[in-house]
Design a protein around this ligand. Structure first.
Ligand code: 5GP
Length: 210
């Protein structure tokens, strides 16, 4: 007969202990930085992983907060040491997710949010069968172009380059598990929270992996 002990044992067997690796990728002007910031601000179960990069800090960016800014030499040494959970070369710079920090957070039951490019997303998909991959798109091409132009920092050539990259990135969409349209911030963040909640309500896989 069912009793408290058996009930707890069933929960322990089938319920999730770990948090989830959540990849959020988008082409240029998809809004992943803003969406990720709002997700983390409004959901205490979600923590952003701080990547390492070899690119120079932009105005206002802080080391250890926006990125860990490192030299190419250090980055390459870290690749060899297996320091990264995934890494990629994007726009002539290297970017990578530190493995240990993410694993510690996952063990604490937190969801680790990776706002990374599609090459990184592919690696996560291959190595972490349990990860949740979300692709974020602006509501239309017109809106996407408008967002790029509104930034006002891009030359015509830079806009063209970004659009070419975006085309390649969108081709990676089928590798992702979910598509979220970033029309309004509120709705996009709401959809991502719902996806994470649903993913974490799934029965535990027979062998949980981190
Ligand atoms: P940005 O230099 O504009 O901050 O980022 C350039 C691109 O690199 C963005 O698509 C961003 O999502 C991606 N990126 C940032 N951190 C990582 C990372 O750790 N790994 C990978 N694969 N891509 C990253």
């Amino acid at each position: 007969m069912l009793n408290n002990k058996k009930f707890k044992a069933a929960l322990k067997k089938w319920g999730r202990k770990h948090g989830r690796l959540v990849v959020i990728s988008s082409p240029t002007a998809g809004g992943k930085t803003t969406v990720c910031a709002e997700l983390i601000r409004s959901d205490s179960s979600c923590v952003r992983s701080v990547s390492c990069t070899t690119r120079l800090p932009r105005k206002g960016e802080k080391n250890g907060v926006d990125y860990h800014f490192v030299s190419a030499k250090i980055f390459k040494e870290r690749i060899k040491e297996g320091f990264f959970l995934e890494w990629a070369r994007v726009h002539d710079s290297y970017y990578g997710t530190p493995r240990k920090y993410a694993e510690t957070l996952l063990r604490k039951g937190l969801n680790v949010i990776l706002t990374i490019d599609v090459k990184g997303g592919r690696q996560v998909k291959e190595n972490f069968k349990d990860a949740c991959l979300i692709f974020l798109l602006p509501p239309s091409f017109k809106e996407m172009l408008g967002r790029i132009k509104r930034r006002g920092t891009e030359s015509l050539e830079a806009v063209e380059l970004r659009l070419k990259t975006a085309e390649k990135e969108i081709k990676e969409l089928p590798a992702y598990g979910y598509l979220v349209i970033n029309d309004t911030l509120r709705e996009a963040v709401g959809s991502i929270k719902a996806i994470i909640k649903a993913e974490n309500s799934k029965l535990k896989p027979v062998k949980e992996e981190i």
